[in-house]
Design a protein around this ligand. Sequence first.
Ligand code: G6P
Length: 612
Amino acid sequence: MCGIVGYIGSRNAYPILIKGLKRLEYRGYDSAGIALQNGSVNVYKKQGKVTELEEHMMGMDLSGTMGIGHTRWATHGEPSDLNAHPHVSNNGDFTIIHNGIIENYTVLRTSLIEQGYKFKSETDTEVLANLIEYIYRSQKVSAEDAVHLALSKVVGAYGLVILCNQENDKIIAARKSSPLVIGLGENEYFLASDATPIIEYTDRVIYLDNDDVAVIKRDELILKSTKRNDALKPRIQTLDLGISEIEKNGYDHFMLKEIFEQPRSIRDTFRGRLNLEKNEIKLGGLYNVHDKLIHAKRIIILACGTSWHAGLVGEYLFEDLARVQVEVDYASEFRYRNPLISEEDIVIAISQSGETADTLAAIQLAKEKGATVLGICNVVGSSISRETHAGVYTHAGPEIGVASTKAFTAQVTVLTMMAMIIARSRGLVGNERFAGLLNELEDIPEKIDKILQQNDKLKEIASIYKNVNNALYLGRGVSYPVALEGALKLKEISYIHAEGYPAAEMKHGPIALIDENMPVVVIATKDSSYEKIVSNVQEVKARNGIVIAVVTEGDDTIEKMADHVIEIPATDPVLVSLLSSVPLQLIAYHIAVMRECNVDQPRNLAKSVTVE
Ligand code: G6P
């Protein structure tokens, strides 16, 4: 969702800001804007893409060695030039950009209108800009104090970056529940909502904590909290991120790059954690909770979107291998359901971005009820990784394509390792079975490589079905979440309606849709329910349906029935989702490209959903 970038130093700010906004495009947005401070503040904003803003700014005054930029994903008010950020207060004292939502903005707006303030936009952000100005003028305090006082009246979430016209040697930044990171250069600072716009300039960063307010001058950074008045000592961290990780490196799209990265990203997920010689798995982030984990009576997995699908795979893994009762819930449902949670429960929150608002709120609720909360996150230092008691990073590297691919397989890899650890500690998996699984897990990247070699064939299948209106995805057991994920991939990037279903449930509804036009993608790999899924394939064929089957290499039964078979290498049934999800990603990708859809930034979607 919304993205933030900022710069203060001696270079021209504009090129840094515009490039930063382009780096943030992947988060999803509908308008963009920039403010440059050069004696006075010049604000430029446009509905549409960053390139449209860039064109709009051509020939304008682009000077200034400090400035801020924003990509907006509409929440309060439609996408428009007026609603785009930055927003300027009535008398021009403050120019601000904001991620998050000010929940009590209506009350604040009404009281500011009573004080004579006028509003040009429908946004909560403009309310905040005017509130700061009102306090600044009426109480005759410094810009920093005005910000602190204004934030004490605000209910909601914010990542906030502020310019003050009268105090034009500084940028003020504040955070509550919406991330902000500051990059440190030589007498210059970079600001952003995630590290992607910063890494080409510096690898030294400070992640703001909740309630932090930073006052940043060219040669000084002072960090305070809205809770206390004394200065805090900033914790400088080194970014473990290379520029090539956030560029396309010759691929047409980030999504394709990320699909092809999976052999590498999965290896990175288990690097230093699998030890074949010692026949063990170590997850350092879980040491402190190991005992709780192995004695857990119940595990509750919370997530949204693709991460929720990974959670469903986790349910099968934990129940099958570790014999723990598991519930998987959408974070958004869990938080509003008065759920039953006890201190003996382990909650696992799964999130690629580590910033998803519903997942964060669900974590808070679980913590309040006394549960031990673990995180599985991809983004290091993200809010969820900080809010949880313990956790495991997926280390898949930055995922830029909005449709999640490598993050999903990395999440499943972590869940597999966790399930194996619990299973062994509970004495449910002996050394031999453990070693077998470990070897199979180690071989997964190589097997994915083999699947990726079938890219041309998958493209050909995609070309046959690129114009369909509907598609059905079926799977059983651990392949059911794979069906859900395959359908989601197609739906989100190609705008074809697709549904994932447990194969046996087909008879209770979707079978009515089957005809000679709708492809049915069946995940029919060899496992204990193979015979059942063969029957489901027959049921589809008996109704003149089209079957695209994902099968285990060498399967000649389904080959005779299906219209297309996609072979994947044999593996332990417990691990099969790591393989079977890959061809479905590629089919969705190719169909979307052939339909000329914006694969990396599908309409209306956001990478990091920071509002509920
Ligand atoms: C958005 C993204 C999805 C993602 C979901 C959950 O909808 O477009 O790709 O699966 O959010 O995000 P998270 O970062 O929590 O995994």
